[in-house]
Design a protein around this ligand. Structure first.
Ligand SMILES: [Zn+2]
Ligand SMILES: [Zn+2]
Length: 269
């Protein structure tokens, strides 16, 4: 039943999540395909209608099981299940967790990521020439954000982030402020509405850029109809968030070298 020239008929180097006599679920998760899995029918056939009645039921049960596994592990806003197989005509399904903040939303993950738009930015306290802002996705903004994060978190604050433990960048919305192509300020909003990794280059702090990033992310949250945004603020920075409509919730805690406080702001009631 197997086809020598078919890549799905062989099982080399797969991360198998479950497998039985009929089919197998493998993870094709990587930094650009967070949580994406593939359910593969073991026998080589190209169309659903070639399955026996009994096998149709086995396959459907396996699909449901696969979907539940992905939902439990990744907590997405939506699951996409896709069966295409034009290039590999061996019956299989892509199980794709989706978030309203991911780069492709609301289109499929095979669609083009929208081009970044840059707008001019000025604050009443600070007005550097040619300051531009953008809110967008990680693939487009990573190179800017990473250079700011390196300077602020690693060089200045000596915080070691475990990159492997944080998968949020790809599925977050990112805000960026730059001047003459030099990145100055960054921050992100995670799928749950949490703002994190807010960083401003040292020489440009307390000049309105923090407020700029916060406003951009808040606007983006509203655009996405996210009900509430939150942030874990350093204790001596809480005043800034109070002034911008946040309130403190829960006790202070110690994390990443700082005493922190969770702050929340409701956007929709
Ligand atoms: Zn095959
Ligand atoms: Zn496929």
């Amino acid at each position: 039943m197997n086809n020598q020239s078919c890549s799905l008929c062989t099982q080399k180097e797969e991360t198998t999540i479950f497998s039985n006599d009929f089919c197998r679920l493998i993870s094709t998760d990587d930094s650009f395909n967070l949580g994406v899995h593939r359910l593969i029918w073991n026998n080589h056939m190209s169309e659903l209608s070639q399955l026996t009645k009994k096998n149709q039921i086995y396959l459907f049960d396996a699909l449901i099981q696969a979907e539940k596994i992905v939902v439990k592990k990744y907590n997405p806003h939506k699951i996409n299940v896709a069966s295409i197989g034009n290039q590999v005509p061996h019956l299989h399904f892509h199980i794709i967790p989706r978030w309203i903040t991911d780069p492709w939303w609301p289109y499929t993950i095979w669609s083009q990521i929208p081009k970044l738009e840059w707008n001019t930015f000025s604050t009443n306290v600070f007005n550097l020439e040619k300051m531009l802002v953008s809110v967008g996705d990680w693939p487009n903004l990573a190179k800017y954000s990473e250079s700011i994060r390196k300077k602020v978190f690693i060089d200045d604050q000596k915080i070691i982030f475990s990159k492997q433990l944080d998968n949020y960048d790809l599925i977050s919305r990112h805000a960026l402020i730059k001047s003459s192509n030099i990145p100055l300020a960054t921050g992100r909003m995670q799928p749950c509405g949490r703002l994190s990794r807010i960083a401003v280059i040292k020489e440009f702090r307390k000049k309105g850029l923090e407020k700029g990033i916060l406003s951009l992310l808040e606007l983006e949250a509203k655009r996405k109809k996210i009900k509430e945004i939150s942030v874990n603020s350093e204790i001596n920075n809480c005043e800034f968030y109070f002034k911008n409509g946040f309130s403190a919730i829960g006790p202070e805690f110690f994390k990443c070298n700082f005493i922190q406080q969770k702050m929340i702001k409701k956007l929709y009631y």
